[in-house]
Design a protein around this ligand. Structure first.
Ligand SMILES: [Zn+2]
Length: 133
């Protein structure tokens, strides 16, 4: 397939693009829930759609079904603070994610969980730059 065909296909099929986008969100955290660290099976809107939250990368985080379902229509930061697994580093990561600073968010998640591995290569490459800053 020609590269222009791929772009064209995405334009023709919003569903295809949506699937790619969802995959990339999960890939950021290596398929782990941003709230509790369990395998992420869904995409959660930090600011719920009912409160005007948009389906943008900044507002959408990988979440397990349990967190996503339990949180429901609440603002994620308020909801998260009440959870038993609350970790201030993860809360900071969620805030960084919301601000579009995914690199910082991933660093904070790594700090919260040393086993955490991100599969997002570009951010690994920038790591040295980030440490120096
Ligand atoms: Zn979870």
């Amino acid at each position: 397939m020609h590269i222009n065909d791929a772009v064209f296909l995405e334009d023709l099929c919003p569903k295809f693009r949506l699937r790619q986008w969802r995959k990339s969100i999960h890939r950021f955290t290596g398929k782990s829930c941003i709230y509790c660290g369990k395998p992420s099976e869904s995409i959660d809107h930090v600011l719920p759609r009912s409160q005007g939250g948009l389906s943008t990368t900044e507002n959408c985080v990988p979440a397990c079904l349990s967190c996503n379902g339990d949180k429901s229509d609440e603002n994620a930061l308020y909801w998260y603070r009440r959870q038993k697994f609350y970790d201030p580093r993860r809360a900071m990561a969620i805030r960084a994610w919301l601000e579009g600073d995914l690199r910082l968010a991933l660093r904070l998640l790594q700090w919260a969980n040393p086993d955490f591995k991100t599969n997002y290569k570009n951010y690994d490459k920038d790591e040295s730059k980030f440490k120096a800053a």
